[in-house]
Design a protein around this ligand. Sequence first.
Ligand code: ADP
Ligand code: ADP
Length: 233
Amino acid sequence: RYALLLESVTKTYGSGRNAVTALNDVTMGVPRGTFLAVMGPSGSGKSTFLHCSAGLDRPTNGGVTLGDTRLAGLNEEQLTEIRRERVGFVFQAYNLLDSLTVADNVGLPFRLAGTPVPTDRVRAELANVGLADMGDRYPGQLSGGQRQRVAVARALITGPDVIFADEPTGALDTRTGKQVLELLRGVVDRTGQTVVMVTHDPVAASHADSVTFLADGRLAGELVAPTPEKVAE
Ligand code: ADP
Ligand code: ADP
């Protein structure tokens, strides 16, 4: 079973002479409970891949299936619901709201959905990312690594099937970046959730189970990390 399946996905921006094909006939599946990294040079289609996969943008052709749900059949309202409840996002620049406390940032997905914020879950999720005592602080009082861990807690709080991470270590030094990657790795290993991460960083990609390469909008190869059994052979 796939957490995410792309079937012949093509995305073209613009039309006529100005048309740019950002994704070109991409077919791939991400098994549930795995950590996938997507790499490729600037302009190779990584962001487009992420946006189409997460229901932020619609492919020009082909289909995306998240879990059992084919996104093409959904209207905007249903897509919004999918984004709120079934996927989580982690961005390079954290995207926290500076005027809200850390705890309120983590509870934001519920507030946006108009449902009561489960404060015990907020507390548990903050503890899970190693920030149990930071709930009352503001993002401006935290280091970059701490902010990104708040963003991970916010991405996890709705219990999404897939967490999409866009260059999650792009603004961090090696040490704090590693903490965030180990956090994502732990999420996959402990909860069976799926992480799809776009990155330029080979060290970040080394935490993934497999790496898919994009070039000019096409799949250009895949590396699968050896399983422990393979290493032992
Ligand atoms: P990457 O994330 O690997 O840098 P992108 O998916 O951002 O790649 O871009 C792939 C191609 O699509 C690039 O040529 C880019 O210029 C083009 N592109 C991306 N978004 C748009 C857009 N909104 N309008 C027009 N062209 C776009
Ligand atoms: P991390 O655990 O994210 O690596 P650091 O070791 O970088 O944290 O930072 C240690 C402490 O210094 C943090 O608890 C944080 O409060 C503070 N700190 C670090 N960087 C900043 C920053 N840019 N702005 C405010 N506080 C910071």
